[in-house]
Structure formats: structure tokens, C-alpha cells
Design a protein around this ligand. Structure first.
Ligand code: FES
Length: 481
């Protein structure tokens, strides 16, 4: 299911890594965060290469709703309470700066990416949430954001309250990415298998880099850093509607269904149905969106659908900065929640500044070292790693009678010889059987009927019904029968 962005921009393909090489900086991941980091470093004359397991923008950048906003749900009132005013100010300043940076880069580079200035709204239908919105508006104002509480929106229903942030923006993320990546050295289809000190190992050669940036959505190195222990992933769904409505801004609800609205050209992008990855065994998320769209916009017609996956941190603030205290030359950018556009720019600014030795006054609030997991986690990871190794040798052979009741187009878990096996019967009746032990750290995968994928509830790795890796932190495909 291709997003509207993938359908309308096709970024030129790049070669794989041509062999061993040396560079000043190597960025792992050619999504928005990785490409912007490389772009800013190149502008400062720092020799940088980018290594990408698939293709430029083929991860979450192609699936976003592409709202460039410092409005990140209810964040500022929480930050002031949990982090204090000074760090809340850092967060607000960095994200407002990110919007200005998009505006400036697009103007300087003359990038045609449908960049449009517009307000962003948080809204609530539930009266109990009105106070929360009022508090958020007050906190944002105190932090210098052009924000106000209002009851006026362009939504097709009355609201109990809304917070409007002015001077925000939306764009076409792949059109922007195509332009900023044009002059960068990016190597595609070059999956990084391992990183040790300043060496990066791939199937096509080894890269030696003075500094390494992990911008691969979810860091795939378990230790040091322990990012798997301090993040989970969530999925959300979008449908594109013709004959929806022309709105004068971007919207997201804070009530239970968290519906999202924005326009792209004549289309209305209508999102929601979010859940923790690995917890959608019942399915029906697209059906939910389709039926809500029919209620709200009876004349609308669905012309596309897709989904996104986001890394969620423990405290709602991304981890951007030094990867761990034991690796001073490694940097990480992850945990952007559902706000990847501004967070990518914030990450690029912070990491590029750190690499060239420039102090960034917003650094502290994003520092990954604000949370240090206990050393006891090491035992847990080692144990799980061993159990996965044993499993990878197994080959499943499932008798057809075990699968007799599985209808076409359906998947599920069957028990065979004391083992749990994930099976899917496609529309032609062909059966696909895979191990349901996640190759990351061994959790049991769950079937996701909306995506026909095997999803991990622990840290969010995903695999298609054939067992092919879709989302990290896992690095390998599933064992198949
Ligand atoms: Fe970590 Fe599956 S993603 S165990």
C-alpha cells in the first residue's frame, strides 16, 4: 500500500557501497534525519557518506503525514512540569527553529515541495479535555510560541476546545528529500551488519569513519545504549480522500481516537487508529477510518491508504546526541514519536553542531543519557540472544491437515511439535509458514491482519507474511519453513 508521497515522487536510485572506504562521518539511514544530518555536515565541508539498507526515504519518511509543526500533542505543559521551564524552553526553541530552517533551506535551494504555511490545531470533543488544552495553550505562549486557545476550527463537527499554533507548515516529504539528497554520497541496498568502534561492516565492504551517526529509525545495536529497553513502537493509519474538504490548517485530536486531518493538493489525508505495534490481532483499523470518513464527509471517496510506524520514548522526548558514554564518537537520533519532520531537523542541527564542536543551547533536553538503564539488563539481553540463536537452526514442516481450517487471506499461529509457527494462506491458497520468535530478542510475534504482517509487541520489529524484515530493530528475516 503505497503512500501518496511514494506515488508522486520517485527518487533516483543509488549504487551499493563500492568497497572499503574511509570518511570523516558515516550516517546510517537515509531517511529525513540521516539525510538532513549529512546535508548540514556537507555544507560545513565535513566529508560524509550515508549508508542505507533499502533506498532513500524508503522507511518512515515515505509514510508520514508530513506536518512541520512544533505542536506535538500535549507536550509543553508536561515538559514544564516534568523537566522544568528551562528545558521546556529548549524543546520549544529547537522545534520552532526547525520550522524556520525548513523555510530557509527550501527558499535557498529553490526546492519545489509544495511547502505551505498554515496553522496547526490540537482539538478535543470531550469536555474533560478542555482544561488540558487551555493549559497547553498557556504553557506554549509562555515559551514564546505563537499559540492561542480557540473554539473556532474548520472541522466538520463542533469542538469543546482547540489550541492553534500559528506559522506552522506542511509539505511533500519525498520531494524535499529528493532535493536535499541530490548532491550527497548515499549508498543504497547496503545494510549495516555491525559496528565496532569506528568500523562499519556491510556485505559490500567496511567503512572506517571518525564519527558515526545512527539514524536508522530504531537503533539496531542493543548494547551499549539499551535503546530497546527505553522505547516501544506504535503504528497509525492514513486514508487519502477525494471530495473530502479543504481545510485551512492541520489537525489532530487528543481524544481517544486521535483523528488527524491535513490536505495535500485536492486530497484530504485522514488518519488515526493508532496502537502499539504487535497489538492489532483483531484488525479493522482501515475499516474504522473508512467508516468515520463516510460519516464526516459522505461525498468522499477513498483513493489511497497506508500506515506509519513511530518510536516512542519513555518521557515523550526524542533521544538525540551521544549514543552512549562508552562511545564518544557515535551519535543517535531516534524516538521522534509521531513528529518526525521537526524532530529530524532538530536532530540534524544538534548532531551536526556536536560533530563540528559547536555548542547548541538546546542540546540538554534531548540528551539520550538522561536515562541510564541498570546493568542488570545485560543478563536479560544475553539470555534472550542465546535462545534466538538456537531457534534459527530449526526448519518447520507443517502437515496440511494442521492448516485445513485456515481461510485464504488469513494468518494465525498454529502449534506443531510443541512449537508455535506463524502461517498465512494467500488468496491463491499458497501457505507461508515462519517462525514467530522475533530474531531481535526472542519475543513472540503477533499477526496484524490489516497489514498482513508479523509484528513484535516488545520493540516493534515487523516482517511480511513471507518473513521478510520490514521494520527494525531486528536485522534479519524470519526463519521460514
Ligand atoms: Fe525486540 Fe522483537 S523487536 S524482541
Amino acid at each position: 500500500m503505497k503512500s501518496i508521497w511514494s506515488k508522486t515522487v520517485d527518487i533516483a536510485k543509488r549504487s551499493t557501497l563500492p568497497g572499503d572506504l574511509k570518511t570523516e562521518v558515516a550516517v546510517i539511514g537515509a531517511g529525513l534525519a540521516g539525510i538532513l544530518t549529512a546535508y548540514l555536515l556537507q555544507r560545513r565541508n565535513v566529508k560524509t557518506i550515508v549508508l542505507e539498507a533499502n533506498e532513500i526515504g524508503s522507511g518512515q519518511t515515505k509514510n508520514t503525514t508530513a506536518k512541520i509543526t512544533s505542536q506535538h500533542y500535549i507536550i509543553y505543559s508536561k515538559l514544564v512540569k516534568d523537566f522544568g521551564f528551562e528545558k521546556a524552553q529548549q524543546y520549544a526553541t529547537a522545534n520552532q527553529q526547525a520550522i524556520d530552517d525548513y523555510r530557509r533551506i527550501i527558499r535557498e535551494e529553490n526546492i519545489s515541495c509544495r511547502f505551505e504555511e498554515c496553522p496547526a490545531y490540537l482539538y478535543a470533543n470531550d469536555r474533560q479535555n478542555t482544561k488540558v488544552l487551555e493549559e497547553e495553550a498557556r504553557a506554549a505562549q509562555k515559551l514564546g510560541i505563537n499559540a492561542e486557545f480557540t473554539l473556532e476550527t474548520g472541522l466538520p463537527f463542533p469542538v469543546e476546545g482547540a489550541v492553534r499554533f500559528n506559522n506552522q507548515a506542511q509539505f511533500h516529504p519525498l520531494a524535499f528529500l529528493e532535493a536535499v539528497s541530490e548532491k550527497l554520497d548515499v549508498y543504497e541496498h547496503t545494510r549495516v551488519n555491525n559496528v565496532e568502534e569506528n568500523k562499519i561492516f556491510t556485505d559490500y565492504g567496511t567503512v572506517v569513519a571518525k564519527q558515526i551517526v545512527f539514524a536508522s529509525h530504531f537503533p539496531f545495536i542493543n548494547m551499549p545504549g539499551f535503546y530497546f529497553a527505553r522505547m516501544h513502537q506504535e503504528r497509525s493509519y492514513v486514508i487519502a480522500l477525494e471530495n473530502g474538504a479543504k481545510l485551512e490548517g492541520m489537525y489532530i485530536g487528543i481524544d481517544k481516537d486521535r483523528l488527524s486531518f491535513r490536505n495535500f493538493d485536492e486530497l484530504l489525508l485522514f488518519g488515526g487508529g493508532g496502537h502499539r505495534t504487535g497489538e492489532n490481532s483483531v484488525g479493522g483499523k482501515y475499516d474504522f477510518l473508512s467508516s468515520r470518513a463516510k460519516e464526516l464527509y459522505p461525498e468522499s471517496r477513498e483513493v489511497g491508504r497506508w500506515s506509519a510506524q513511530d518510536c516512542m520514548t519513555l518521557d515523550g522526548v526524542p533521544y538525540i546526541g551521544q549514543f552512549s558514554s562508552s562511545n564518544p564518537n557515535w551519535y543517535v537520533a531516534t524516538g521522534f514519536g509521531k513528529w518526525g519532520m521537526t524532530s529530524s531537523m532538530v536532530a540534524a542541527n544538534l548532531i551536526a553542531d556536536a560533530i563540528v564542536g559547536k555548542e547548541n543551547p538546546c542540546r540538554e533536553v534531548f540528551s539520550p543519557s538522561r536515562f541510564t538503564p541498570s546493568a542488570s539488563l545485560k543478563t536479560f539481553v544475553t539470555d534472550m540472544g542465546q535462545s534466538v540463536k538456537g531457534l534459527s537452526k530449526q526448519i518447520f514442516k507443517i502437515p496440511e491437515k494442521t492448516l485445513a481450517s485456515l481461510p485464504t487471506g488469513h494468518g494465525g499461529i498454529v502449534e506443531h511439535d510443541g512449537q508455535k509457527v506463524g502461517v498465512y494462506r494467500d488468496e491463491d491458497g499458497s501457505i507461508y509458514a515462519v517462525s514467530v520468535r522475533c530474531p531481535h530478542l526472542g519475543c513472540q510475534l503477533e499477526w496484524n491482519p490489516d497489514e498482513k504482517s508479523w509484528d513484535c509487541p516488545c520493540h516493534g520489529s515487523r516482517f511480511d507474511y513471507r518473513g521478510k524484515l520490514l521494520n527494525n530493530p531486528a536485522q534479519t528475516d524470519l526463519e521460514v519453513r
